[in-house]
Design a protein. Sequence first.
Length: 948
Amino acid sequence: MSQSIRAILFDLDGVITDTAEFHYQAWQALADAEGIPFDRKANEKLRGVSRRESLRLLLNGRTISPEQEEAWLERKNRHYQQLLQQLTPNDLLPGVPALLEEIRSAGLKMAIVSASHNTPIVLERLQIAERFDVVIAGPEADAAPGRNRPKPAPDLFLLAAERLGVPPWQCLVVEDAESGVEGARKAGMVTVGIGPRERVGAADLVFPSLEDVTLAQLLYAATWSVAEPGFDPAQQRRWESTLTIGNGRLGVRGSLEERFPGDQPSTLIHGLWDDAPIVYTELANAFDWTALDLWIDGEPFRMDRGMVQFYSRRLDLRSGELRRHLYWTTPAGATVQLSFRRVASVSEPNGAGLRLEVTPLDRPVTVRVRARIDGVVENDGLLHWRNLEQGERAGVAYLRGETRRTHKVLVEAMTVRQSGPAAPVRYLDAPYNPSFEMTQQLDIDQCWGIEKLVAIYTDRDTAEPLAAALTKALELGEAGYAGLYASARAALGEFWAESDVVIEGDDAAQRGVRHGLYQLRIAAAQDERVSIAAKSLSGFGYRGHVFWDTETFILPFFIYTQPQLARNLLMYRWHTIGGARKKARDNGYQGAQYPWESAETGEEVTPRWVPSPKGEELIRIWCGDIELHITADIAYAIHQYWRVTGDDAFMAGPGAQIILEGARFWESRVEPDRPRPGQYSISDVIGPDEYHEHVNNNAFTNAMVRWHLRTAVELLDWLHRHAPTRAAHLEKALELSQERLARWRHIADNLVLLRDPDTGLIEQFEGFFQLKEVDWPAFANRTKSMQALLGIEGANAHQVLKQPDVLLLFALLPESFGQKDLRVNWDYYCPRTDHTYGSSLGPAIHAWLAARLGMPEEAYTHFMRAALVDIEDVRGNTNEGIHAASAGGVWQALVFGFAGVHWTASGELVAAPQLPPHWKRLAFAVQAHGKRFTFDLRQGESVATAPP
């Protein structure tokens, strides 16, 4: 599904030409003649509204007869038309002629959308009428009864899209008035505002004028949002994941407020763990705060009832707001315009809100709304809540419960607000569904707004979550949805200012990158006892468990752009080191062995058995037993954080202890290599390539262990020089004698690494080169992973990789291998990798390394598999949650791959760009040692700005 723009819709006045002065003079003449106070300041209120509405604003409360109204409107219009005779093509605003020509040459469609009856005259005088495929003006709008409401209604924009034959979500609107921007947004279109930000600041992109603005700059506005292309029940779960919103503490899937069969609504909250006996530990699905029931003349609103005439849903990445707009006709024939908005703010971790607007279009209707907190929630059939208690206090409804086995307390409390006509609010004490209900009779075009503000607390937040939730709900209610939205946009604005990556020349890549970075940010908590799961907080995939994904793929983005959040993520490993010690002890080893899958305590929570895809048998999962490299991966991440931030306090404290206790584990885990006397082996493991189990001397594992042991020795030496008291304490507590340190060095120097000294080719594990080759052409049109096609044992017996294994070493440890070695191993392993249906972790790494090899076009192919993995559901499993590690890998591919950012031997941060040929610019900033470095890279040139 392409998110590309196919049509551009222009307002006329103030965008194409400026007849505002003519309008002002005409209104001024009428006002002077009738003795009505009027000036240029008052005239600003008339911008973008219809002639009749302008007259109402001019009258400012005065009343005149209907006959006078028509006569005055005619007088104003005659005067205005006389002034229009002065127009010539020279009155096109600067930049407009060139822009229209560029759009036409690019093959995009164009339309004028204006409520003015004088639009044809203006276009004729400007001699540009033939340039537009469609003109929606006063007479055109009059020809579409029931669909011709003036802006800020979306009607005229939707009519233009229909006549252009382009879906609304593929239209971009250029407007200079707040009402026009609002109408276009309600039509589900991308918006560009022309003029001062205070007037058109709600637009996706704002320019002071169209002078020197290019088509590419206009289209860039669409890179700040992701649109759902209509409602498809078969695709709803994948869009629920893609359109997840959140605030760093909780994630809310993009399910519909009114619910739909087969949906999977969820609010997942960091730290809200519960145990399912025999099965697994998982994040418990919190009460559904988004639930909202709607009736029109007694008919329940649902997407599969009545008729949906228009549908648009769009996630705004600048604010984190999810917007849905539609026209719905009831089975009885009444049509209403519905607008749903929801948002959570990074600066308000305990709050969230939504807003519904209902507007009858063709007849008066009776509208009933029930805002609920739904306590009947599940995790794929598992129920986690008990002892539910509910009630209402001072206009706040609440629901309290606790998890069945971990006894964690959750409270959600809500208050409601209304705009437009106010209806009485009635509390309903429905079982496990405390609700507020309102009923209102609405006339045609009368808009009723209902806001639901929700406070969410657990006993991790406070000892009194109920009291806190009740208080916070009232605070949120006072600020209203507008206040919550403003705080969300401001907080994300700060994030984007620090962390955005700009790509010019590739809007699809830009949108994919921003969507991934947004999802990473809303999964990162200001809480050092939680981490980011493989599926973030966007779905039930992997049950909210934390893998090596966090440290290896996600963490570098935060290290270089949000170092405090990176520190929090690493502190999670410190707070869970007890579980790692227990795992090592239970397995007969020393030190700390980190689990493959981690939850609250750091104990191993990888399921030992899972059903096969068809449910016919149970499959043994060995990762929790023998995928060991995660302990070294965590040590590597800690060292990388320290190297970039210079956070000596962290390294001397938690960081050093994690690294040293991990080294003690490796010392006890390695074994003498019998075929090679004097060397050491690590047997019976799984490397990053999980298609191969129970292998010996996996190259990635062994190389990372070698690095870990050497780093531990160097770290202790650093501690002696910079924190001698801490060094002495750790030596005593961990029994770090000189003999032990010498043993670590000896193991590191003699741990088996199967590298051909002549060619530099590294064997992935013992015996890999003797495995069968895959007949790749026979699988060219596959739609499944190679493991699914060959079977578990079949894949284990072939030279086929799930993801980079040996090659990942060249990304993480570039100083240990030369460019020639990289080329040799790339040529061998890349063609043997299941790029399309293997692991989503792989494509970004392949993109990074291909760029390092000077192959930006091949790198780009891999890169786009990763960048679009969730927007286009590349792997067909986005329904389980977004691919957080892929999003982190995409950032690394951009910064370390295409930009070539690296540290020199002298400690400088420099770039060696390899941009795809069609990219015009790649720009971003990173932080290192408390300083901000900016990189602005273009074809053939680059600018790096470092602080003094």
